[in-house]
Structure formats: C-alpha cells, structure tokens
Design a protein around this ligand. Sequence first.
Ligand code: SAM
Length: 276
Amino acid sequence: MDDLPPLRDVIAEHGLSARKALGQNFLLDLNLTAKIARMAGSLHDHDVLEIGPGPGGLTRGLLSEGARRVVAVEKDARCLPALQEIAAAYPGRLEVLNADALDIDPGAHLTPPIRIAANLPYNVGTELLVRWLTPPDWPPFWDSLTLMFQKEVAQRIVAAPGSKAYGRLAILAQWRTDAEIVMELPPQAFSPPPKVHSAVVHLTALAEPRFPADAKTLEMVVAKAFNQRRKMLRAALKGLRPDIEDRLIAAGIAPTDRAEQVDLERFCALSRAMDG
Ligand code: SAM
C-alpha cells in the first residue's frame, strides 16, 4: 500500500488521543480505508476533497487507490504532522488545510472533476451533506459524495416513502442524486468504538434534478411538511397559502395525507403548484 508506519504507531507517536468533542473515532485498518476509497469510484482522473482526515487512514486509502490529488481539511492541528508525513510520501498529491470545514470554501483548492470522501462526526456530516445538496446552482462542484454516517442517518438518506426514516434528508438527497448504502461497519471497526453502527453512503450527482421544481420552494415545502409529520398536510402547510387544499389536489396529493406518505415526484409537483 505505502511505506508509512501502521496507523496505531502514527497515533502513538503524535499523541493523537481521540477527542470526543471533535467526534474522533479513527479507522485503523488500511485495507478497510482502501476499500472505502474504492467505493468512491475511479479516482485517477479526480481531485478528492476529504473532510476530517485525522491521522490519515482514509487519506492513505484515497492516495494509494490513485487519487489525482487530495485536499484534506482537518480542524485538529495535532493531526498536521502525521498528515505532512503522508504528503511527503505522495509528493505533490496531498494538500492539508487546517480549518473548520463549516467555515471554508475549499472549491478554490480543487480542480474538477471532484469527488468528496469523508468519515466525519455525525452533526458536522449532516450539515455539510445538506449544504452540498443545496448549492445555489446545479450541477454542483462535485461529481460524487462517499460519506460515513451513523447507520440511522444513512438510512434516512436512502429512505422510501412510508417509512419512519423518510423525511427531508431523503427528499433532498434523492431529488438530485442517486444515493445508496454501500457498506455497513460495526463499532469495532473504529478506535475508540462509537456506541452505534455506521454506514457508508455513496451519492452520485444527477446532471438534472429527477423532477422539475424550484429548489427553494421544494426545500421550504418539505421542511414545513415534515416539521409536523404527524399532521395532515392541509394542516401542516396551512400557513403557506390560503388555498393550500386546492394546490395539494392539483399536485395529486390528498389534503388528508401526511408528509411521510408523499413520494418525491408529488412533492416536486406540489412545489410547482405552489409557484403556479
Ligand atoms: N478520517 C479519519 C478516519 O477515518 O480515521 C478520522 C475520522 S474522525 C470520525 C473525524 C475527524 O474529523 C477528526 O479527525 C476530527 O478532528 C475532524 N473534524 C471534526 N470536526 C471537524 C470540522 N468541523 N472540520 C474539519 N474537521 C473536523
């Protein structure tokens, strides 16, 4: 794979004791990180944006699997010396940015086509995913996202109508990407092990949204509908338009339906009916 030391030694040498506040659960098995890197698809002709490289397990997987370049954004400055050793082993192919991924625009550091890969803490991961799925223009700056989540969040991304997991995240993801769970990992795959199981989700950007709709209207309608998911839609959406029942019917939705019964196609139809 590479001539760098095993990750356990890297962590010991650089004193990278895991910090809970930064959601640090490290992957130590380089065969596993290479496998996750392969889930991202062909990397030879892509720049890869990695968020939260930590001691660099996934970073090494991405580079050994042939990524053209990796730009890695890490908040914890303690990880920088370990990451610099990886940069030295792969000359000209790894750039490390010591920053909070929520504060920076890494686009300037990358050349398309771009893939994103990350094993991130849950709260940061969901927030970044929503940002990546809701850019001002589509297609976005990335071709695909390969992201580790806690399994329950992964299930929300790929959920079908009628299930408890179905909601805003499923609609935002499935409207403009193909999303699938490509790997499940038990807590013991990480050090320290988290309390819950994890899963890798791979999302591929579609050239066009699956159904026409204005992004802002769709986001607003879906947020409102699922905010009160147990209410009938005529009640949950009452404040939006005085004639909401007519607009629901125009979109093929019964006003007595609840949000979780409505599929993506009909949410898009409702967004168009709202704008009509
Ligand atoms: N990628 C490594 C791996 O798989 O072993 C580390 C994964 S660990 C779950 C999450 C990493 O994200 C940590 O290294 C942590 O310091 C970093 N991190 C947490 N919040 C961050 C943020 N807002 N911006 C950038 N990195 C962050």
